[in-house]
Design a protein around this ligand. Structure first.
Ligand SMILES: *Cc1c(COP(=O)(O)O)cnc(C)c1O
Length: 405
């Protein structure tokens, strides 16, 4: 087989469909977020742009206290963890962070993973494989990492309609009551910005004795009095068997975790290959996450500013007649509905308006719902919002896309 030709052909297909991914070469500058430098080519001169699609939702990636904690940790512990968690890679920082995360979510224990993706894949995969004859129920819009864990376990699984507790109930009722059941869903869905009916889903799961697994990746740090997520905000943390989060988004760093009962966490720690057979997070990162968590717990003002900025951007785009999609959260998606136009507008915004917002195309979102997904932070100011609105409006005119009346 001509492997090179195969690779080129498949990439050509992606390009033809307008969904070939191009990474923007960015130079983040601590202290200047959401401004950054961008290079069109590696050797091109860098230009100042505004980033509108970062998952560093609160701008904590440049917080001085976090940077200081990481600098101190680097000099104190050195560069890496030095091993897997089991073989010399567990540092005191890991132990302290797991304790703090458990406490934050009102759970007995927590377990760190190298990313949110791995925490989902490893935990769901291990539960599904190990629970005898299990069935998994997965929300139709669940993240690829949960789907990977469920699929790789090769167990029977069923997809319930997005945020539809009634459909979930029908499915649960139609299967053998004796088989162990897992219900996996998210709180804030990151592409539409809508929020799951957690209480209703827990009601249904409890009725059928199912284990509940909630991905709070797009909510930790941003919702709830202490920022522990939508489950905290709605007083539901105790009803979820497992809460999963990331340190890659509002924390401003990297890494993932689960929180739950001591026995469950010990079980995953002992049986999940994706936890066991990989080098532990570097202590520098863990120390940064501890500092970040400390800040997030007391960041009510920052959370209010964040929501206010999201509301302000939404109002500004709506007032300009742009097709802002309904969202109940800090995420502001603008529908383009066509992958080629979506990519072209994103390119134009970057090249002509110094605005960076990545096009979101299939398979991340369904075909026909291609969009630009804005994630305003507390650091996006009035001027950035008005500039982005005008630029977007100009792009809509140039591409002859419909505006609301
Ligand atoms: C980003 C994301 C993850 C993965 O988290 P990482 O820490 O980036 O690996 C998991 N679930 C959802 C819903 C996400 O959006």
């Amino acid at each position: 087989m001509d492997f090179e030709q195969f690779f080129r052909d498949r990439l050509g297909d992606l390009r033809a469909e307008g969904r070939y991914r191009v990474f923007a070469d960015l130079e983040r500058q601590a202290g200047r977020f959401p401004r950054a430098r961008w290079r069109e080519r590696p050797d091109a001169e860098a230009r100042e742009i505004t980033v509108w699609c970062s998952n560093d939702y609160l701008g904590l990636g440049q917080h001085p206290a976090i940077l200081r904690a990481m600098q101190d940790a680097l000099l104190h512990y050195g560069a890496g963890a030095g091993g897997t968690r089991n073989i010399s890679g567990t540092t005191h920082e890991h132990v302290l962070l797991e304790r703090a995360l458990a406490d934050w979510h009102g759970k007995e224990a927590a377990l760190l993973f190298t990313s949110g993706f791995i925490s989902n894949e490893a935990t769901l995969g291990t539960l599904a494989r190990q629970l005898p004859n299990a069935i998994v129920y997965s929300d139709a819009q669940n993240h690829a990492s949960m789907i990977a864990g469920i699929r790789h376990s090769r167990v029977e699984y069923h997809i319930f309609r997005h945020n539809d507790a009634g459909h979930l109930r029908e499915l649960l009722a139609s299967h053998d009551p004796a088989r162990p059941k897992i219900v996996a869903f998210e709180s804030v869905y990151s592409m539409d910005g809508d929020i799951a009916p957690i209480a209703e889903i827990c009601d249904v799961a409890e009725e059928f004795g199912a284990l509940t697994y909630l991905d709070e990746v797009h909510a930790v740090g941003m919702y709830g009095k202490q920022g522990a997520g939508i489950a905290e905000r709605d007083g539901l943390s105790h009803r979820l068997t497992i809460i999963e989060g990331t340190m890659g988004k509002a924390f401003g760093l990297m890494g993932g975790y689960i929180a739950g009962s001591a026995a469950m966490v010990d079980f995953i720690r002992s049986f999940a290959p994706g936890f066991i057979f990989t080098t532990a997070l570097p202590p520098v990162l863990v120390a940064g996450a501890r500092a970040s968590l400390e800040i997030l717990r007391g960041a009510s003002d920052l959370r209010r500013q964040h929501q206010a900025r999201a509301q302000q951007l939404r109002q500004s785009l709506l007032a300009a007649g742009l097709p802002v999609m309904l969202s109940e959260s800090h995420i502001v998606p603008v529908r383009v509905g066509n992958p080629v136009a979506c990519k072209a507008i994103s390119d134009r915004l970057l090249r002509q308006h110094d605005i960076y917002v990545q096009p979101i195309n299939y398979p991340t979102v369904p075909r026909g719902t291609e969009r630009l997904r804005f994630t305003p932070s507390p650091d996006h100011d009035d001027r950035m919002i008005s500039t982005a609105t005008e630029a977007l409006r100009a792009c809509w005119r140039e591409h002859a896309l419909p505006l609301a009346s």
